[in-house]
Design a protein around this ligand. Structure first.
Ligand SMILES: Nc1nc2c(ncn2[C@@H]2O[C@H](COP(=O)(O)OP(=O)(O)OP(=O)(O)O)[C@@H](O)[C@H]2O)c(=O)[nH]1
Ligand SMILES: [Mg+2]
Length: 546
């Protein structure tokens, strides 16, 4: 860079810097000419720098400080899916450029579902032979065969007692077991990306928090069935994974999934899944599989990352995920990640930076151990109402890092009213959501933050209530109210609203939306409304609008 030109004297003496720039005494006319040209160029450069600095300052003043949004909620509440919707809304090109990466995650989701089925079959075979009914032996139970165990599920369980082994099913199982090895390969790709990969900076890239958060160092975990899920810390592994293949930021938007998958490699996981596609479809269509799952209380269709109803599509050669598939793909978040994106104001006149923080919802992230016992009741899934929520002993440890947020979007998956936490089978998931909600709104450091509640997974809630699962069986305070979606959602909204009213240190508006964030269209509308609301309040703050 050219030196900037300064001349002058200090206190009457020649400034040493200026003295050094003085022309030599014996300068020839040609040298003088060259020096003057050089000085003119240097001055122009200096003026350009001043102009650029001024422009940046004006832009920064015009754009104001970034709008910060924190996503909170228990694990699997839909935080990362909400984030994906933001990305789809703001940066659809960049979102779609990552299809190849989501393809691997969707294949992993498929393998995980298959593992659950094969394990359940093995368990059934070991524990009570003969238990596998022959094709067509057992009466179909609509709900149990779909996903959910209930009284119909129990009927179906009884029917299987009179069943006999199914050799076809056993040979299917034997053929599919080797596919499980793909889980390791796909997990390795996702969790241990190429260490040499560059990590380009991008507005939508996940960034490390500053100051350093207490959450670093989480690793993926494996355990039993459900806990076997792959989890990735977006600050490290997934970021690298998502940008590991020759995609610098400049070409990322135009990146084509076609170039990121080696379609001709017969050992590519997608190719291997395709080779077993017929077997996979036959396995999932087999009535005995539904029987065995129902018998073990496994409701795969309600599980995150469920793609077995679309096996043909997701195992097709050259499969590239649709937006909808990406929204439904499941990758558990570990740690905290920050995502930056630029959004226009409602008139498109002013661009503002949004920073969205996605906090992994695993219990160790969002709460302290001492609160975990609040709902530990003798019967695993019943809880006693909101009164026991209000007495938690210590604040969540992440709070001090997020006391300057403009809004918290809190996700409560209301369909989970009949489920237990994976982390602690004695705790009802809806009770846990109410508990966490109480913690968040009560905290004095978050008192000035707008809180927006997403009562999420309403599609699953509707299906569950329609199938006869009774809210009152798990939430006794619901009493004799009708077991329909309208009544149940109004009731739950009041529960959340009452806690806010009673416990918020300052009066706050209760923003609440009924959502199913895997549905891009409606979620975009909700998010656009929130974006405009936040932007307007920001612009008002900056006196840019009245
Ligand atoms: N059916 C249905 N599925 C949903 C909905 N919202 C999210 N999901 C699915 O639920 C799963 C979990 O969602 P995530 O967004 O990963 O949950 P999360 O809150 O980020 O979970 P952690 O990362 O563990 O904290 C994903 O497979 C989503 O596609 C919804 O409204 N309806
Ligand atoms: Mg997540």
């Amino acid at each position: 860079m050219a030196a900037r030109v300064f001349r002058g004297t200090v206190g009457g003496d020649m400034d040493p810097f200026a003295a050094a720039l003085e022309p030599p005494a014996n300068e020839s006319p040609a040298q003088r000419q060259a020096r003057m040209v050089q000085e003119r160029v240097a001055k122009q450069t200096s003026d350009d720098i001043d102009e650029q600095i001024g422009r940046e300052k004006r832009d920064a003043r015009r754009q104001g400080k970034p709008v910060k949004i924190l996503l909170l909620g228990q694990s699997e509440s839909g935080k990362s899916t909400t984030l994906k919707n933001f990305q789809l809304m703001c940066e659809p090109k960049a979102f779609r450029a990552e299809r190849a990466s989501w393809r691997a995650i969707i294949h992993l989701n498929v393998i995980r579902s298959i593992r659950i089925i094969l394990d359940a079959l093995a368990h059934a075979q070991i524990n009570s032979s003969p238990i596998i009914p022959a094709f067509g032996d057992s009466p179909r139970s609509s709900y149990a065969s779909g996903s959910i165990s209930g009284s119909e599920g129990r009927n179906s369980y009884q029917s299987s007692i009179n069943s006999r082994p199914d050799m076809d099913l056993m040979s299917l199982r034997a053929r599919l077991v080797p596919l499980l090895a793909l889980e390791d390969e796909l997990t390795r790709q996702i969790a241990n990306p190429d260490p040499d990969a560059t990590q380009p900076e991008t507005p939508s890239t996940a960034r490390s928090l500053s100051p350093p958060s207490p959450f670093s160092g989480f690793r993926r975990r494996a355990g039993k069935e459900k806990e076997r899920e792959v989890a990735v810390n977006l600050n490290s592994s997934k970021r690298t994974f998502f940008h590991s293949r020759n995609n610098t930021m400049s070409d990322r938007a135009s990146l084509d999934t076609q170039h990121m998958v080696d379609w001709d490699d017969p050992n590519e996981p997608g190719a291997l899944l395709h080779a077993s596609s017929d077997d996979l479809q036959r396995l999932w269509a087999h009535p005995a599989v539904k029987e065995v799952l129902a018998r073990r209380g496994l409701r795969l269709q309600e599980e995150s990352g469920f793609f077995l109803d679309e096996l043909k599509e997701v195992t097709a050669p050259r499969y590239v995920p649709t937006d909808e598939h990406i929204l439904r793909a499941r990758l558990k978040t570990l740690g905290v990640s920050e995502h930056r994106m630029r959004l226009n104001d409602p008139n498109g006149a002013i661009t503002r930076e949004f920073r969205i923080f996605d906090v992994g919802g695993q219990r160790s992230m969002v709460s302290v151990t001492s609160r975990l016992r609040l709902h530990s009741l003798p019967f695993p899934l019943i809880f006693g109402g909101a009164s026991c929520l209000l007495n938690f002993p210590r604040p969540p440890r992440w709070v001090p890092y997020f006391d300057d947020m403009d809004a918290i979007i809190f996700l409560a998956p209301i369909s989970a009213f009949d489920q237990a936490l994976v982390e602690d089978r004695r705790v009802n998931r809806l009770a846990d959501s109410l508990d966490l909600w109480a913690q968040v709104i009560t905290h004095p450091l978050l008192a000035k933050t707008n809180i927006i509640l997403f009562m999420n997974k309403i599609d699953l809630m509707q299906a569950k209530l329609a199938a006869g699962v009774r809210l009152a069986d798990f939430y006794p305070a619901y009493g004799r109210r009708p077991n329909d979606f309208d009544s149940a959602s109004k009731f739950l909204k009041k529960q959340f609203g009452a806690i806010l009213k009673q416990k918020s240190p300052v009066p706050r508006i209760f923003y609440c939306h009924l959502t199913h964030v895997i549905e891009a269209k409606t979620t975009t509308l909700v998010l656009a409304g929130i974006k405009d609301m936040l932007m307007r309040s920001h612009l008002k703050e900056s006196h840019l609008i009245l």
